[in-house]
Ligand binder design. Structure first.
Ligand code: BGC
Length: 840
């Protein structure tokens, strides 16, 4: 029985115990192994249904990785964190639970709470912040929201998966304090604050031990110290040792059917290599998870069907969140007022020049397992067109194409996938809304993997413009690409990276061009003979037909954009990263915007003083022209309602209320941590506690482009008072801050009141051992204030005891550091407003 099993929990524990007693060794070990890519087996003998898991975190993809089965696509996790609004994160969680039920999913593979250690981390867009407290607060609310709906989570990736290079094997060497005070801190906050039903063990090792086998961190810290009673599931393909994993406390090895658990685990028990009690413990936890999700018949689910939140409008929430997350980095005065929000009346003369590839095709989400397929996407162009009053001209220019690479076949293609056996007999097929075949353990109806020999993506392409269209492929094995009767490629593509997901995320390869005429359909076919490697635990087929519009002269594009901008009242340039820049599976090499986008902005700004730049990226990029433009608005990866939300913000229907959850450096060279490449398999976290603003604060030298917590909004705030009420550290609170702020601007708005705690400098004669090194200050609390123009609001922010504790490695315990502190209420880390002394 777990320490917090009470009431319904206790009843469930009894049922779980009974069910466990009825299972033999073979059944128990089967329950711990994926039966396919996303599910655990049903066990009819105890009335147990099959548990389904799915990614996460910005939508629920469901069992099928295809646009055939659409999902609401929300903004990137960096965007959610930029709201600094746990209440909104909880609503997001509830929507995701509703989506999960719609798709028959019981556990969402989210949230990602690794830290923004370096801006180069490939999955930076998928995590929340460089600050563990903010990450923990947003993550806790998200988990509470998902579980309010009776759906489980796997908080991931436990722990230290802060970059992608050699992610399957890298050994991250993290000091004891940094581990506790930074990397474990969000997990601790979520486990103790939201009781998640699951945690995902990361691919990497920490201090020499793979996270799927980490007895000390899993058994000792997660379960022992924090009282976690949920399951630990491996990241996909992360579990590599039967005895190591079960001894390390790993409950579920995913995906299946070939895993290190199941029969292999039963055999290890029979051979006396591991005690059966470890299998019992894991099986009990898995049964508990299934019971919570309502899959153990006769046992109450954690949330009754009638109590699940329902009727959440996904499109509306996606739009609200995308607007709320926008961070206004810069907003200069042009004429009588600041350039944003745009004045509809002024726009009638000259209108808007909307520029950039992403203005037509926004990059709505980051690449990799976080991908979902929404049933519609509102582009910035469509969003603005719909929102602008009649009579305001909107002229579009591409300006610069950020992607030299091809993308999955999209508009203009009508495609189908046809599966055949070795004799060429058709086994089945399905329509393909995009050019991607991504079958993971789930083939089209009637198709058997054993007999599957070829898959052909075939159909027609009707070009929108005449010219030399480019075609290519992604995927491995034998491929034959034919367009309009011409064979562009017939050969074999090898796996470059030895990453098992190479076929899905790997490099696109251009195979040739064909001159096509606008409006005239041609036949296309990509015939794949996919590899079927024995060692892959899951039945997988993945390859993609790629296409690129005819290339245009880049100089001409820039000139066209300049002309459009010169003629317009306001120029809005949308700059973006691409799938090859921000994705799971690899880290970034630099922070530059791809293609000639920097040049585009500089040239547009030179001809139009009202140039507004919208940054469409999930993580920091260098903005070398930022002082030359009138406004910079960070839209993140904004999800399916991208354009609608952007129009709301640009035209002032919504305030860009976001604040940076992570420092934006001016140049990569200034970033405190830029090493993400291991040497001989080892990546030392040499910077210790000093990541993000903790590091920027500490050293002299370059200032960041935009500080942690920065964001302007559309109104101004005065901080009138900060009063500290003493807390009781024994009860877990250091103090309670009451901050009075007044909206002194002309419109209603939201302010994120940020509280930083700074220790007083060490007294003379104090020994280092008595006062361990600490950052200059750190975020200790925050709250959102909402006020009408002229109105005053008091926010109450509890400051937790933990804010004044450090991890004492020698004692292996938290140590409260009593003494003098300063508490500062701030608009951002670079804009402190009022301070008060605190004697703790
Ligand atoms: C990712 C996980 C994801 C899993 C299943 C892994 O490669 O690291 O975050 O949940 O795949 O798609």
């Amino acid at each position: 029985m777990t320490p917090y099993a009470q009431g319904a929990d206790a009843e469930r524990e009894r049922a779980v115990g009974e069910a466990l007693g009825k299972l033999d060794l073979a059944a128990k070990t089967r329950l711990l192994a994926g039966q396919d890519m996303w599910t655990l087996p049903a066990l009819g003998e105890i009335g147990l249904g099959s548990l389904v898991m799915s990614d996460g975190p910005i939508g629920v993809r469901g069992r099928r990785w295809t646009a055939e089965d659409p999902s609401v696509a929300l903004p990137s996790p960096t965007a959610l964190a930029a709201t600094w609004d746990p209440a909104l994160a909880r609503r997001v969680g509830r929507l995701l639970a509703q989506e999960a039920h719609r798709k028959g999913v019981h556990v969402l593979l989210a949230p990602t709470v690794n830290l923004h250690r370096s801006p180069l981390g490939g999955r930076h867009f998928e995590a929340y912040s460089e600050d563990p407290y903010l990450t923990g607060a947003i993550g806790t609310a998200y988990v509470l929201g998902v579980q309010d709906g009776g759906v489980g989570v796997t908080v991931k990736h436990f722990t230290g998966n802060d970059a992608e290079t050699e992610r399957f094997t890298v050994d991250n060497r993290i000091g004891g304090r940094a581990l506790r005070e930074l990397y474990l801190a969000p997990f601790e906050a979520i486990v103790t604050g939201a009781r998640p039903w699951g945690v995902m063990a990361a691919y990497n090792a920490v201090n020499g031990v793979p996270m799927t086998e980490h007895e000390t961190l899993v058994g000792g810290v997660l379960r022992g110290e924090w009282g976690f009673d949920g399951v630990v599931v491996s990241d996909w393909l992360a579990a590599r040792s039967t005895t190591g994993a079960i001894r390390g406390g790993l409950d579920i090895a995913m995906p299946g059917p070939r895993t290190v658990y199941g029969e292999a685990l039963a055999a290890a028990v029979r051979a006396g290599e591991v005690p059966e009690s470890l299998v019992d413990d894991a099986a009990r936890r898995v049964l508990r998870l299934c019971a919570r999700a309502g899959l153990l018949s006769g046992t109450p689910a954690a949330v009754a069907v009638a109590d699940r939140p329902a009727g959440v409008d996904g499109d509306a929430l996606a739009r609200e969140l995308a607007a709320r997350a926008c961070v206004l980095l810069r907003n200069e005065v042009r004429g009588p007022a600041r350039v944003l929000p745009l004045e509809a009346a002024g726009l009638k003369e000259g209108g808007i020049a909307l520029i950039g590839a992403a203005a037509r095709q926004a990059r709505i989400l980051g690449g990799g397992s976080a991908q979902v397929y929404p049933d519609h996407v509102v582009s910035p162009f469509d969003g603005l067109r719909a929102a602008l009053p009649a009579g305001v001209p909107l002229r579009y220019a591409l300006g610069a194409d950020p992607s030299a690479e091809l993308a999955a076949a999209g508009p203009g293609f009508a495609l189908r996938a046809v599966v055949r056996d070795a004799e060429g007999r058709e086994l089945g097929g399905e329509p393909l809304p995009g050019g991607q075949v991504q079958w993971l353990g789930d083939l089209p109806a009637g198709v058997s993997y054993r007999r599957l020999h070829t898959v052909e993506t075939c159909g027609t392409f009707t070009p929108r413009v005449s010219g030399a269209h480019r075609f290519g492929t992604r995927g491995t094995g034998a491929l034959r690409l034919t367009v309009a009767g011409q064979v562009l490629f017939d050969g074999c593509q090898r796996d470059e990276n030895a990453d098992p997901f190479e076929a899905f995320f790997g490099r696109p390869t251009e195979r040739g061009t064909v001159w096509l005429t606008a409006g005239q359909p041609v036949a296309v076919s990509l015939l794949s003979t996919p590899p079927k490697p024995e060692e892959l635990p899951v039945e997988a087929v993945g390859f993609t037909l790629l296409h690129g519009e005819p290339e245009q002269d880049s100089e001409e594009l820039l000139t066209e954009a300049e002309e459009a901008a010169r003629a317009a009242h306001t120029a809005v340039v949308v700059v973006a990263t691409t799938e090859r820049v921000e994705s799971e599976g690899f880290d970034r090499k630099d922070l530059r915007l791809p293609g000639r986008q920097d040049e585009l902005v500089a040239r547009v700004a030179a001809v139009n003083p009202r140039t507004v730049v919208v940054v469409n990226s999930g993580s920091p990029v260098e903005l070398p022209w930022r002082q030359e433009v009138a406004a910079v608005l960070l839209a993140w990866f904004p999800g399916q309602e991208a354009g609608a939300a952007l129009a709301d913000v640009l035209l002032g229907a919504a305030e860009p209320g976001g604040r940076l959850p992570t420092t934006w450096p001016a140049r990569l060279a200034d970033a405190p941590v830029s090493r993400v490449v291991p040497e001989d398999g080892v990546l030392p976290y040499d910077e210790g506690l000093f990541i993000g603003y903790r590091a920027w604060d500490r050293r002299p030298g370059p200032e960041p482009a935009y500080a942690f917590g920065h964001g302007l909004g559309y109104t101004e705030w005065e901080y009138e008072a900060l009063v500290l009420d003493r807390g009781d550290p024994e009860e877990g609170t250091l103090a309670t801050a009451r901050v009075t702020v007044r909206n002194v601007g002309a419109r209603a708005g939201r302010e994120v009141v940020q509280l930083y705690l700074a220790p007083a400098p060490a007294a003379r004669g104090e020994r280092a051992a008595e006062r361990p090194e600490r950052p200059g200050r750190w975020l200790a609390g925050f709250a959102v204030a909402v006020a009408a123009p002229g109105a005053r609001v008091e926010v109450v922010v509890p400051l937790p005891r933990r804010a004044a504790e450090v991890w004492d490695e020698a004692a292996a315990a938290w140590r409260f550091l009593a003494g003098a502190y300063t508490v500062t209420a701030a608009h951002s880390s670079s804009d402190p407003r009022v301070s008060a002394a605190l004697s703790a």
